[in-house]
Design a protein. Structure first.
Length: 162
């Protein structure tokens, strides 16, 4: 069993993960419109991953006898200046999510909730990866932004994400 506080914060996290999916899908749509199909593919894949993150919390709360309450998902930004802005916002967003996961972990520690700590360990590792990937991508995009052919090559490379 999880506490009411843990149930509430995990419900909020489900909403944040769903919002992340929305946000990345919104970026993908904008990129498709600009014919950056590779970057769009990358963000469509990213959006799917965020849905999986939401489901991990969904399943865990259910498993622990908690109740899922789905709230409205905030409307994401729908248009973006350029590819650099998209990756810049993505990195900032992942840092926000990391902080959010850390806050849940802190609650688990406070409550001696070892089951939740173990469940959250996966997310702690995942966030290291998410931030690292976005940081690297932003650096590459910044370099490529100076030369159109470099940007096109990078777009093709991002299109290969499995
Ligand atoms: Mg996530």
């Amino acid at each position: 069993m999880i506490s009411k506080k843990m149930e509430k914060i995990m419900n909020e996290q489900i909403n944040k993960e769903m919002y992340s999916a929305y946000f990345y899908l919104s970026m993908a749509t904008d990129l498709r419109e600009k014919y950056f199909d590779g970057f769009a593919h990358f963000f469509e894949h990213q959006a799917q991953e965020e849905m999986e993150h939401a489901m991990k919390f969904y399943e865990y709360v259910n498993e622990q006898g908690g109740r899922i309450i789905l709230e409205a998902i905030e409307k994401p930004q729908t248009s973006f200046k350029d590819v650099e802005e998209i990756f810049d916002l993505s990195l900032k967003h992942e840092k926000f999510v990391t902080q959010s996961i850390n806050d849940i972990y802190a609650l688990a520690v406070k409550e001696n909730d070892f089951a939740s700590m173990q469940m959250l360990d996966w997310f702690i590792k995942e966030q290291i990866e998410e931030e690292g990937n976005m940081d690297k991508a932003l650096h590459m995009v910044r370099m490529a932004a100076k030369a159109p052919h470099a940007m096109m090559m990078l777009d093709a490379q991002f299109g290969k994400r499995e």
